[in-house]
Unconditional design. Structure first.
Length: 134
C-alpha cells in the first residue's frame, strides 16, 4: 500500500508521542492512527477527499476536512467522529490549527483574494470571526 505522511509542518506525532497520524491512499483516503508496534490501527476517516488532519494539543482529538468541506472532529480512543459547527458552509477550509484542546482556528477564501479566519469552540459550537486578510 501507498502511505504518505502529512507535510512536516503538521502534527504528525501525537502530543504524547504515542500515536502517529497517517494518510493512506489506496483506492480512497484513510486517515488512521498507529500506536506502538503490534497495536491495532484506528481508522478515523475512510472516504475519498479527507485531508488536512491535525492533532489537538492534548492528543485526544484529530480535526480534518471531509469531502463535503465540513470540519470533522475524531476521537481516536473511542472512534467517535462529529461535525464541528462552523459557518464555512460550502467554502473550503484552507487551514486548521488547534489553539487549545477545545478551540479550533480555520480559514477559508472569500471573493477578491480575501481570507476569513474563524475560531470555533468545538464543545459549545460558539464561533467568532477573528481576522480577515486582504
Amino acid at each position: 500500500p501507498y502511505l504518505k505522511t502529512y507535510a512536516t509542518h503538521r502534527n504528525l506525532w501525537s502530543p504524547t508521542s504515542n500515536d502517529i497520524l497517517l494518510d493512506c491512499n489506496i483506492d480512497k483516503t484513510q486517515i488512521i492512527t498507529l500506536g506502538a508496534p503490534g497495536s491495532e490501527k484506528t481508522v478515523l476517516a475512510n472516504d475519498s477527499g479527507c485531508w488536512d488532519a491535525v492533532w489537538s494539543p492534548d492528543g485526544k482529538s484529530v480535526a480534518y476536512v471531509d469531502k463535503m468541506n465540513d470540519i470533522q472532529i475524531a476521537m481516536p480512543k473511542t472512534n467517535k467522529v462529529s461535525r464541528a459547527n462552523t459557518t464555512s458552509g460550502l467554502r473550503t477550509p484552507i487551514y486548521l490549527s488547534w489553539m487549545d484542546s477545545q478551540s479550533l482556528a480555520y480559514g477559508y477564501y472569500m471573493g477578491g483574494g480575501h481570507v476569513n479566519f474563524h475560531l470555533v469552540d468545538t464543545r459549545s459550537g460558539k464561533e467568532d470571526e477573528i481576522a480577515q486578510v486582504p
